[in-house]
Design a protein around this ligand. Structure first.
Ligand code: PMV
Length: 320
């Protein structure tokens, strides 16, 4: 009745923004991501704890705010007749700041809960369950380059190529601390209902997915860079044209984009992406990582830098 799992966050290169079915949390568009290696969440689930209701500890402190979402996720995996649980979650990076902490948390939660409940679940089934809790979490069940496809009535997640087939690096510039002004779930709904660009965003996604998929399969860095930057700016244009506008960027976010563009024009292998937060992620060729890190470090307003390689999908750590 006890198990632990470890999962890494993922960064979308072709983004998910908007839901097609809110009740089942099905995304309106497919997406492609890379799973990171060096950032992680470790989660211990005890379904045999002596507690009356679920208790969630995040990095050593009781977390009442996240508890309902985690409890619902445990119900989905183990059934709502399950015992009350203790959930102990530890992450080695800032949570709720646009670094996809919900992706690694829910991916670890489904893997650990299924094992604690003694249930045999395939990775595809676990990915679907994680996706119900957080759309992007489904992708963290797989390593390397991952695609979340839209099938008729559910999601299907698969690995495009493993992490070591194209060992790119990710340099993350932290430009603000603290939680984001509005959660992505709520913001997506505002965009779906109000942005005049939303339909065009959804309709164009297949084209970006095709271009990114073939760039990944062919190791075409420039092709991937062009498509990913365009897709990111398109997603943020949908956010900005929502009413009320959803703006996650700050001045340093924009300065980082300029620095990355400058590097690219000098022949450095890097491109940017930004999620529902102010942090900037520079994807880069391994040989250019130090140059990208140094450049972002000197951008005014950058508070710190985190670097990571690409890594594996969520996995059970106890019982191993
Ligand atoms: O999984 P959620 O609900 O946190 O949404 C994540 C959305 C983005 O990070 C902005 C894009 C993506 O595909 O990860």
């Amino acid at each position: 009745m006890q198990a632990s799992a470890k999962a890494q966050p993922n960064i979308a290169l072709i983004k998910y923004w908007g839901k097609r079915d809110r009740a089942r949390n099905l995304p309106a568009v497919g997406s492609i991501s890379v799973t990171l290696a060096d950032l992680y969440t470790e989660m211990d689930i005890n379904l045999d704890a002596d507690v009356d209701s679920d208790v969630l500890i995040v990095n050593g402190s009781v977390d009442e705010q996240m508890l309902p979402r985690i409890s619902r996720c445990l119900d989905m995996v183990a059934g709502d007749q399950r015992n009350a649980a203790t959930i102990d979650s530890r992450s080695n990076f800032p949570v709720a700041a646009g670094l996809a902490s919900s992706a690694s948390a829910f991916a670890a939660a489904v893997v650990a809960t299924a094992a604690a409940a003694g249930l045999e679940r395939t990775t595809a089934e676990l990915a679907r369950l994680a996706g119900r809790a957080s759309g992007s979490a489904a992708r963290s069940l797989y390593g390397g380059f991952v695609e979340l496809e839209m099938s008729d009535d559910d999601i299907a997640v698969s690995s495009l190529i493993p992490a070591d087939a194209w060992p790119l690096k990710v340099v993350i510039a932290i430009t603000a601390g603290g939680p984001k002004p509005i959660g992505s779930g709520e913001a997506m709904e505002i965009s779906r209902k109000t942005s005049p660009f939303y339909k065009c965003w959804v309709d164009d996604q297949a084209q970006d997915l095709d271009a990114a998929r073939s760039a990944i399969k062919n190791g075409d860095f420039d092709g991937l860079a062009n498509t990913a930057e365009h897709n990111c700016l398109k997603m943020h244009s949908v956010m900005w044209t929502s009413r009320p506008a959803v703006v996650y960027w700050n001045a340093a976010t924009l300065e980082c984009l300029r620095a990355i563009r400058d590097l690219r024009s000098q022949g450095v292998g890097t491109f940017f992406t930004v999620d529902a937060g102010p942090q900037v992620k520079a994807i880069c060729l391994a040989e250019d990582e130090a140059r990208v890190r140094d450049a972002l470090q000197s951008v005014p307003g950058v508070l710190s830098i985190i670097t990571s390689g690409l890594g594996p999908g969520a996995r059970l750590t106890r019982p191993a």
